[in-house]
Design a protein around this ligand. Structure first.
Ligand code: C2E
Ligand code: CA
Ligand code: CA
Ligand code: CA
Length: 283
């Protein structure tokens, strides 16, 4: 048993070294990924919940970061966002995301009769940077994009790190004409008193509350309460992770405004968004 324990320990060490090596290699490659043009954005639609049957119009897209790795293929954010955060690389990459969304909005504006807003996820590091509003202003002005076509998503925990600073930054972005929403609502700690002070447009109910609807009575109660709270603060409610018609029906019954999830559409490359918009105008 002793021998075995030692082997396990050595195996553990080897595995730890392998993980550390992979992590270092990933970090190195992430430093080069931006200049090599390996990042891309996929777009996931959000739709209004019309009062009748079925779904309503596309009310927006959310831009989601992907890393096109030369050997590993398309890498999902959970494998690299935390490394971007820890190394500070999220600042230049985050600026690239904003610029790329603006470029895409410009292209769509010249091709489509009407363009829905696109939401961008911000990280704690970006919000912690007092220069964020000026950075955003410069990018948006250079691109000549209508600021009301941009939306920023921030989590509760990010807002609560330094609520006073967050109020200042959000107020600036709001004055520039952008929309603001709270992401993953219900999963973090948030003070309702502060919620009122942030110039928000929407709350996005985290998908963990949606997953077991309509069967789970606790999740149903929480979802209804969040919708009612949001509406009383004049905020729109978007439910995330809507995967089934049963989710959709429950959320409609609760008075949810918009939904997003695999049932509506998965995140797709920009080139496929035109087809989604066309589908809708023919419906
Ligand atoms: P998020 O902002 O909560 O984004 C929603 C995530 O849920 C996305 O994962 C999306 O693909 C996934 N999703 C959408 N519908 C469904 C559904 O019906 N069921 C399930 N199970 N999942 C669904 P993704 O693209 O892997 O992104 C993960 C997280 O990475 C995002 O969570 C966000 O926190 C972060 N992220 C993505 N892009 C960016 C970015 O440009 N900047 C920053 N700072 N973070 C980003
Ligand atoms: Ca989000
Ligand atoms: Ca979310
Ligand atoms: Ca999430």
């Amino acid at each position: 048993a002793k021998q075995n324990g030692r082997n396990n320990y050595q195996f553990y060490l080897a595995e730890m070294n392998a993980n550390a090596a992979l992590r270092l290699q990933t970090e190195h490659q992430l430093h080069l990924a931006l200049e090599r043009g390996e990042f891309e954005l996929h777009y996931q639609p959000k739709v209004k919940l019309a009062t009748g049957a079925g779904m309503g119009k596309i009310s927006g897209f959310e831009a989601l970061l992907r890393w096109r790795h030369p050997e590993r293929g398309l890498v999902a954010p959970f494998e690299f966002i935390s490394i971007l955060e820890e190394t500070g690389l999220i600042l230049p990459v985050g600026e690239w995301v904003i610029a790329e969304v603006c470029r895409q909005l410009g292209a769509w504006s010249s091709a489509w009769a009407s363009v829905p807003p696109v939401a961008i996820n911000l990280s704690a590091r970006q919000l912690g940077h007092a220069g964020l509003p000026d950075t955003v202003r410069a990018i948006v002005e250079a691109a000549g994009v209508d600021p009301s076509l941009l939306e920023f998503e921030l989590t509760e925990s990010m807002l609560m790190l330094d609520p006073e600073a967050a109020v200042r930054i959000l107020t600036d972005l709001k004055r520039q004409g952008m929309r603001l929403s709270v992401d993953d609502f219900g999963t973090g700690y948030s003070s309702l008193a502060y919620l009122k002070r942030f110039p928000l447009d929407a709350l996005k109910i985290d998908r963990t509350f949606v997953r077991d609807l309509p069967g789970d009575s606790d999740d149903a109660a929480i979802t209804k309460a969040v919708i009612s709270l949001a509406h009383s603060l004049n905020l729109k409610v978007v439910a995330e992770g809507v995967e089934t018609i049963a989710h959709l029906d429950a959320l409609r019954a609760f008075g949810c405004d918009e939904i997003q999830g695999y049932y509506v559409g998965r995140p797709v490359p920009a080139a496929q968004c035109a087809a989604l918009m066309a589908e809708e105008s023919m419906a």
